[in-house]
Design a protein around this ligand. Structure first.
Ligand code: BES
Ligand code: MN
Ligand code: ZN
Length: 499
């Protein structure tokens, strides 16, 4: 991304620096692109009437206009993106279509593309939101992690060239939001895609320290400091690894006179082998991504500070590996968590909840307004709700509805599950206060009950993103690999927390 150019719709054929142009096409759209020029409008309308252009959502037609066959037309390629039913287009379908368009353009031979924003809009009142979603999808869709490819496909020097009938400060704000949101989500994807031999707890700490500035304070605690705090549930997980565990605490407090903050806590297992309750090797392959929660909260707070959203946010990640070794914690060990609770470790592979227990106790010392924890916690989340939904738990309806609402805007379906009294009993231990597993049934719910034990009365939402952290294919605004979910949701939520 080099430079943002904003052109007025009036002189679409003059000001743009691009050699290509992109339009949207709705079902049954009659009047086509009357704003370009007479010749092209005539020919394109004919093509459309003969059914050669697809208006199916997310489908792309490319029209080549060599030697500028339309009189006075400076573009040599036209991308037409189908937007489907005019009444149904929303932020998510547009963001998704834009992701497809973005991948198409990446592999096309053109220097840059002029996006005609007005052609993507179905509702005038949503002009700026939809523009934001379009640009977000476009910027996210072509993401790839090619750090370890010796021959990199040379990245295009794309201008970011948009044409709009509404050149004003509201458009500037939308474009700025889209750029910051997508940069944040891409950072989260990078952190997750980075292999675990590089992305250690120390490396994640270094990354967080590098983000810090006068408005975003970063504090790192090492093993000894965590030990002094009594974080034995956390350190029990860490004791099998040669990598030093780290506590990462980022703080953004624009409301200086307000003491408390909303805490975003991210699970930060940089590699989850299962520990002595070792995973089968196939299940380990995606476990470099077991810090996906921390990737999202860290990237989100940076974006929140860049956007200057007026709400106090703290981020906390207890980072460690979960490894088997002679010093590793054993199944059946008992550890005393920071809040005094004795935990029987029935399965060392249920490690995330152990680290979250101490994270929550640490956060509660600061009298938090609310806690949102984000964790790749249970395989059961995917069994229950699949890859298209985030499993959510809460003790506070209002907070939960804010999270859901943010998700509706950002394209993350948040689905609430119960904290029922029947499954709660599954965590009962014979010899300790609680145990870290609750059997095969209701696996995501028993994990949430365990965390709830440490949350106590604090308003809280728990997001189990185990099923959502990786995408199997490139689709819409996702690329194959890390999704960066729910970075944009957490940014959007911060706006709701402003009042
Ligand atoms: N990190 C895993 C959960 C996970 C599974 C994340 C698949 C992403 C994809 C977590 O630490 C884990 O191992 N959970 C166990 C809990 C069980 C031992 C109670 C699980 O889900 O099997
Ligand atoms: Mn595990
Ligand atoms: Zn894990």
């Amino acid at each position: 991304m080099k430079k943002i150019l904003i052109n007025s719709l009036k002189d679409i054929n003059k000001s743009s620096k691009s050699d290509s142009i992109a339009f949207g096409l709705f079902d049954d759209q009659q009047d086509l692109f009357s704003n370009i020029n007479k010749d092209s409008n005539f020919i394109l309308s004919e093509l459309n009437q003969s059914g050669d252009l697809s208006s199916k959502l997310g489908e792309i037609s490319v029209i080549y206009t060599p030697n500028r066959i339309f009189k006075g037309f400076k573009y040599s390629k036209i991308f037409i993106i189908g937007l489907g039913n005019n009444n149904k287009l929303d932020n998510n379908s547009l963001r998704s279509a834009a992701g497809n368009l973005s991948r198409k353009i990446q592999t096309s031979n053109c220097n840059s593309v002029n996006f005609v924003l007005d052609s993507f809009i179905n509702k005038e009142s949503n002009y700026f939101e939809l523009s934001q979603s379009f640009i977000e999808g476009f910027l996210l869709g072509s993401y790839s992690f090619n750090k370890y490819k010796s021959s990199k496909s040379s990245e295009k020097e794309l201008y970011f060239d948009v044409t709009s009938s509404k050149i004003n400060s509201e458009l500037d704000i939308s474009i700025n939001k889209a750029i910051i949101n997508s940069e944040a989500e891409k950072k989260a994807r990078n952190l997750v895609n980075e292999p675990a031999n590089i992305m250690s707890p120390s490396e994640l700490s270094k990354f967080s320290l590098d983000l810090s500035n006068e408005n975003l304070i970063c504090k790192i605690l090492d093993y000894d400091e965590c030990k002094k705090l009594g974080m034995n549930a956390f350190l029990g997980v860490a004791q099998g690894s040669v990598e030093e565990p780290k506590l990462i605490h980022l703080s953004y407090k624009p409301n200086k006179d307000e003491k408390s903050a909303t805490w975003y806590i991210g699970k930060a297992i940089t590699f989850d082998s299962g520990g002595l309750s070792l995973k089968p090797s196939g299940s380990m392959l995606s476990m470099k991504g077991d810090m996906g929660g921390s990737a999202a909260v860290i990237s989100a707070i940076e974006a929140i500070s860049r956007l200057k959203i007026k709400t106090n946010i703290e981020v906390l990640c207890l980072a460690t590996e979960n490894m088997p070794s002679g010093s590793a914690q054993r199944p059946s060990d008992v550890v005393q968590a920071m809040d005094g609770t004795y935990i029987e470790v029935e399965n060392t592979d249920a490690e995330g909840r152990l680290t979250l227990a101490d994270a929550i106790t640490y956060a509660r010392k600061f009298n938090p307004k609310a806690i949102i924890d984000v964790a790749t916690l249970t395989g059961a989340a995917g069994i229950g709700l699949g890859k298209g939904n985030i499993s959510a738990f809460s003790n506070n309806e209002k907070l939960m509805s804010s999270v859901k609402k943010a998700g509706i805007f950002t394209g993350d379906s948040v689905w609430g599950l119960p904290l029922d009294t029947v499954s709660k009993k599954q965590n009962n231990s014979v010899i300790a206060d609680i145990k870290n597993t609750g059997g095969r049934l209701a696996g995501s719910i028993t994990a949430a009950h365990f965390i709830n034990h440490f949350v106590k009365e604090t308003p809280w939402v728990h997001l189990d993103i185990a099923a959502n952290m990786m995408s199997a294919s490139a689709e819409g605004w996702y690329s194959k690999g890390a999704t960066g979910i729910p970075t944009r949701l957490l940014i959007e939520l911060a706006y709701a927390l402003e009042n």
